[in-house]
Write a protein that binds this ligand. Structure first.
Ligand SMILES: C[S@@+](CC[C@H](N)C(=O)[O-])C[C@H]1O[C@@H](n2cnc3c(N)ncnc32)[C@H](O)[C@@H]1O
Ligand SMILES: [Zn+2]
Length: 397
């Protein structure tokens, strides 16, 4: 069943392991991952806080696999203990094969044992290779996957090229980044090197980070004559994640580059302007600072997300329905948001009810919604000065 160099996988019996259930899947994890704030990397890494992230993977995989039909395969090149791959094998009956790969043999051995516990051994393949080598072995026509998930420690920049090459036409690539300080504007020189663009330290940095990550994948895909179309994105404090439909179409690949641009921010009046190239001056006279090049178009495919929303929740506590709901509401909103507590701070007041601000903006003819990027955030097409006035009014009400 195992392939690759480390085919004799040693199950780490001496270690303090435990079996947990996430969704409907049993996963073997180090006991300490459930207790410590920083989960250990040995004998394998498991972050219980990323459950929602795996819930989303299972749901979107199911929708895409259902659309594709028979013979659907998934590649999980950085699988660790197999939390994501196993959940797909167990909870996505539409998927026929899941290939889990990791450099860490003890993590793979746990994944293999858990596949037995979950009765999905026939669906699962295991290999112990460098992720790029694994993906390149699946980069030829006939050996590609329908879905590939890139979930490394830190930046995924190293794995994007080979990940794209290993996805079949019409398949899905999902990419996670956990270098949030870089994506959120703390280290512009590192962001430029890894992502080919810069972020800004602003209230909506998390969205800029997701859009910077999306831009990297779109550019890498275009270089390979592929179109990578963002279909869903979400962030939590620890990670940023974007899903792409990969299309083998040269013209579409070129057209995608037209959706890259800049978000120009004014630190004096809080104004934000989206443009194809960098802008220098704000209408208030102050100098604008630019984030980009970032993806400035939709991050959500409403048809895909609506279908995923219709699936049963993986568990009672899952927040997945609310997340999909918010993503649908903000699909056509501008590529930035405001933070309620920061807006209230500008007028030295306690934050009013978020719904009150949204209602006031809508009553003035603007679009307004919550955002999946931050529970205290909201999006609107109103200018910053209108948001400011609406917040004041909501505080007084
Ligand atoms: C964040 S963990 C993966 C978590 C897993 N996907 C999940 O959902 O629980 C990253 C994994 O990548 C593996 N890894 C790091 N560099 C690698 C490489 N070059 N090739 C293969 N695996 C690698 C590590 O051993 C680790 O298990
Ligand atoms: Zn200004």
């Amino acid at each position: 069943m195992s392939e690759g160099q480390g085919s004799v996988l040693q199950f780490p019996r001496q270690t303090d392991l435990t079996i947990i259930k996430e969704g409907r899947t049993k996963i073997i994890v180090p006991r300490r991952s459930m207790e410590a704030p920083n989960p250990p990397k040995q004998p394998g890494f498991f972050n219980p806080l990323a459950e929602i992230c795996r819930d989303v993977s299972v749901a979107l995989t199911r929708v895409v696999a259902k659309r594709l039909g028979v013979g659907v395969s998934v590649g999980d090149p950085l699988s660790s203990l197999g939390a994501r791959g196993l959940r797909i094998a167990v909870e996505a009956p539409e998927v026929d094969e899941v290939h889990m790969n990791d450099l860490n043999p003890s993590a793979l051995a746990c994944a293999e044992e858990a596949a037995r516990l979950n009765n999905v051994v026939e669906k699962c393949r295991f290999s112990n290779l460098d992720a790029c080598l694994f993906l390149m072995q699946h980069s030829r026509k006939g050996s590609r996957f329908n879905l590939v998930d890139i979930d490394p420690f830190g930046s995924p920049a190293l794995f994007v090229d080979c990940g794209l090459r290993a996805v079949k036409n019409g398949g899905l690539l999902s990419v996670t980044a956990t270098d949030s300080p870089v994506l959120c504007g703390l280290h512009p020189e590192v962001a430029l090197r890894r992502y080919g663009g810069v972020s800004l330290r602003v209230d909506y940095s998390h969205e800029i980070g997701a859009r910077l990550l999306a831009a990297l994948v779109v550019k890498e895909a275009a270089r390979l004559d592929l179109a990578a179309v963002p279909v869903f994105a979400h962030t939590r404090r620890l990670y940023t994640r974007v899903f792409f439909r990969v299309v083998h179409d040269v013209e579409q690949a070129s057209a995608m580059l037209g959706n890259l641009g800049f978000i120009n921010h004014c630190y004096r009046c809080n104004n934000r302007v989206v443009s194809p190239s960098m802008l220098k001056e704000c209408s208030c006279g102050a100098t604008l600072r630019s984030a980009g090049p970032v993806w400035i178009h939709r991050l959500c495919d409403p048809d895909l997300v609506k279908e995923a929303q219709g699936l049963p929740s993986p568990s009672e506590k899952s927040e997945i329905k609310a997340l999909f709901n918010m993503a649908l509401q903000e699909a056509d909103m501008p590529p930035y948001y405001y933070l309620l507590d920061k807006e209230a701070k500008r007028i030295r007041a306690a934050p009013p009810k978020l719904q009150r601000v949204l209602d006031l903006l809508v009553s003035q003819g603007y679009l307004a919604s919550r955002t999946s990027f931050d529970p205290k955030g909201f999006k609107t097409d109103a200018r910053a000065n209108v948001v400011h006035e609406a917040t004041k009014k909501a505080v007084r009400a």
